[in-house]
Design a protein around this ligand. Structure first.
Ligand SMILES: Cc1cc2nc3c(=O)[nH]c(=O)nc-3n(C[C@H](O)[C@H](O)[C@H](O)COP(=O)(O)OP(=O)(O)OC[C@H]3O[C@@H](n4cnc5c(N)ncnc54)[C@H](O)[C@@H]3O)c2cc1C
Length: 379
């Protein structure tokens, strides 16, 4: 059955990027239809923790979501960067950059719920509606969801995995880092004082983000070791974490549910279609080392919403071209950090130490680096 639609655009996927785009566009008067495979309120991925940059926070504020989610977020005042068992350390500080916070730590599920609550009154959101195909012509795009078909002059693919893109002629490049992120909430016997830690540990980056009255852990490990560590009894897990991280954040005294994410860099080619726009993780999936994946997706979405409101539709090919620089710079920057954090080549520890020392002794450079992380300006 074909559903005639009076929508300006259709969004496939109500992840944080799809929802934010629909919200930003509907706030500018656009009629948006959002199709989401999961049931309403499905909290899968709810335990994943996200660090929103200050730039993202400002955008969420513009659509009224920052105030909704603020009670559930933890601001980051300082980021401490160091390497285990090696020289060099530095600290990035909000006050040094005249920023109220370097970032805001939030649960994926909490952000999703706040976006959904804000969006409900402004867009047609249909849960339990898995899109199986997108068909594009020169002046219209159609999405197929079971028996239903919906058409609009712009279809925005924000379904996270890029699965729908293959049949549309997009190409994807994938670099497998060969590691997993083991994520969990952990408790220490010291308050976090709004400090985030990024540590070059033996097997790769280990991050602790202040969240609530504890930390969110993102620990990079080889898949077999991650699997083994994820299933250790609590006391053995806490001991292994203490050994890997050290004592800077205090004694680890508790851990919540543990889950794992394989880490890849996946990039989708520019859009070959005028009527199809690809955003968020569907367009690029980054290593979480710099916490930039969602932040980049939100910038994509903000610009797409502005374009839609200005032109009444988005040219997918022009949009890809306009986002190439920001996307490329963030992918390269994140990949460089991932390789630098993970590398075990002889002398790399000394290079990391020297880099951290230079950053620590050069306030101008440190400010540039902090601004890059806070606003995603890697160019
Ligand atoms: C361990 C880890 C830590 C991270 N930390 C950070 C961080 O600190 N900061 C940061 O900026 N980023 C971080 N990221 C990245 C961040 O999680 C992603 O960039 C973000 O979730 C992408 O959002 P999205 O909306 O594009 O995709 P998703 O979150 O994947 O959402 C896609 C949505 O589309 C729906 N969908 C899928 N297929 C279909 C279909 N066929 N039809 C309809 N709906 C469909 C899905 O159900 C889902 O709701 C991290 C990632 C990981 C793995």
């Amino acid at each position: 059955m074909t559903n005639t639609t009076g929508y300006d655009a259709i969004v496939v996927g109500a992840g944080p990027v799809g929802q934010f785009l629909a919200l930003a566009a509907s706030a500018r008067g656009q009629r948006m239809l959002v199709l989401e495979a999961k049931a309403a309120g499905d909290a899968r991925d709810g335990d994943r923790t996200l660090a929103l940059s200050h730039g993202s926070w400002l955008m969420l504020d513009r659509v009224g979501v920052a105030a909704r989610v603020a009670p559930l977020t933890t601001p980051i005042d300082r980021i401490h960067i160091s390497q285990r068992g090696g020289p060099g350390r530095t600290e990035l500080c909000a006050a040094e950059n005249d920023l109220p916070a370097l970032g805001h730590v939030v649960g994926y599920g909490d952000l999703q719920a706040a976006l959904a609550a804000a969006l409900a009154a402004h867009a047609d959101v249909r849960h339990g509606t898995a899109v199986t195909a997108v068909i594009a012509s020169s002046d219209i795009a159609t999405v197929q969801a079971g028996e239903d078909r919906f058409s609009a002059s712009t279809v925005i693919v924000a379904e996270g995995g890029g699965v729908l893109l293959e049949s549309l002629g997009y190409e994807q490049s994938i670099k497998d880092y060969g590691v997993c992120a083991l994520v969990a909430r952990v408790m220490t016997d010291m308050p976090h004082r709004h400090v985030a830690y990024e540590r070059f540990a033996e097997h790769g980056p280990l991050a602790l983000l202040p969240r609530g009255d504890g930390f969110a852990l993102v620990w990079t490990l080889a898949p077999a070791l991650a699997q083994q560590t994820a299933t250790l009894p609590v006391t053995s897990f806490l001991q292994a974490l203490q050994n890997a991280f050290g004592w800077r954040a205090g004694r680890f005294v508790g851990v919540g549910e543990r889950s794992m994410f394989p880490l890849v860099l996946r990039r989708t080619s520019d859009s070959p279609h005028a009527r199809v726009v690809v955003l968020g993780n569907a367009a690029q999936t980054l290593h979480p080392v710099a916490g930039q994946g969602l932040n980049l997706g939100l910038r994509d979405a903000w610009i797409a919403a502005e374009t839609l409101a200005r032109d009444g539709r988005i040219d997918g090919r022009a949009f890809s071209r306009s986002r190439r620089r920001d996307r490329g710079a963030n992918a390269r920057f994140t990949d460089l950090l991932a390789e630098l954090f993970a590398g075990t080549a002889p002398g790399l520890g000394a290079v990391r130490g020297a880099g951290l020392t230079v950053l620590d002794t050069a306030p101008g450079l440190r400010r540039l680096f902090t601004r890059a992380l806070s606003f995603g300006r890697m160019r």
